[in-house]
Design a protein around this ligand. Sequence first.
Ligand code: GCU
Length: 421
Amino acid sequence: MKTYVLSACLLFALQTMNAQNIANYDESKVPEFDLPDPLTTFSNDKIRTSASWKEQRRPELIDFFESQVYGKVPGTADAIAFEVVEESNTALNGLARRRQVKVTVRKNERTLSYLILLYLPKNIAKAPIFLGYNFHGNHTVINDPAIIISEAWSLNNESIGITNHMLTEESRGMRSSRWAVNKIIEAGYGLATIYYGEIDPDKNDFTDGLHSLFYTGDQKRPARDEWGAIGAWAWALSRAMDYLEKSAEVDRSKVIVFGHSRLGKAALWAGAMDERFAGVISNDSGCGGAALSKRKFGETVAQINKNFPYWFSENFKKYNNAEEDLIVDQHELLALIAPRPLYVASAKEDEWADPRGEFLSAYYATSVYSLFGKKGIPSNEMPPVNSPIQNTVAYHIRTGKHDVTEYDWEQYIKWAVEQFN
Ligand code: GCU
């Protein structure tokens, strides 16, 4: 079994590396392309007011991203239940309150549960919070023996030989470098995090996870225009928001959804769809996240759909090597977040995610923010490394590789405090 797991992982890593090696990283080879104007409708009407943006343009963009990119959610849950399964008022050396909340989604007589781990600053009655998925289990975010270790991934996937080796005691706090929990708490913010594998295991299999609850008859996979894994992850963030907005301990008007990489794609999509999220942070989200697809720099639509055929809707595959046929680009996903604060961040060595494409996307979303009198990215010239631009739309490119670092969190916290306090 172990050898199989290892070789499956190795094969996958090699495939991705191979794709990364053949990708274009030469700015002079970026094709010429027409970028759709966020302020011109599909039927060529000009959008001049925030009201017509909301009534006319926003809905048609949502429709397109839903049916052609991330996929639609096929209906609503029959019931959602929340249960606080563990709590402490003396967490993190007495600085924080900890809550572990079980969310149970019921649909078609089937259920799926996942845990939200919450840390809230002790001295604030209703705290603003960052909400984001983690890759390896809630217990990896900080070394706290009370954090419940997920069983979801290994339980669901042993049959096909993929186990998440970090769902172990030894892995407590192993990803703490990616989560500045103490800094967040010191700044008067809370953190809510969820292990993404509890929603939909990250593998090419639609028989398990959230999707399967919504099937009718002998259905085995979503329809062409229905949700992939990113759609499911995004939807479950909104269900977490259902809880957070009811919690007496959270400032529901200040929930900022955050995500790194594939989980940054999910955070952007959740933030675009669900206007209860007060702000959105995309950390190195790349292709299918903040980066413009039409630049075909680094990861392309064809590569992402080949390596991760279950992330987007089936319809999105129409645009493999045909980005010119897309009547939207990712700057319009960002624009759907307007006028709410949005932070896009890149890393210098993360060329696969196309830092320049992420920056330009934030720049081209700015016209929509301007419509609301909000300040976006003022120029199409990229700022130097480690020199954040922090307006309602914020951007930084830091030194280093694809990751979430202390530096990133310092910028997010500073910006959030400015935007929301
Ligand atoms: C791969 C994938 C990216 C993704 C990244 C991640 O590199 O190609 O699209 O963002 O994994 O989630 O770490």
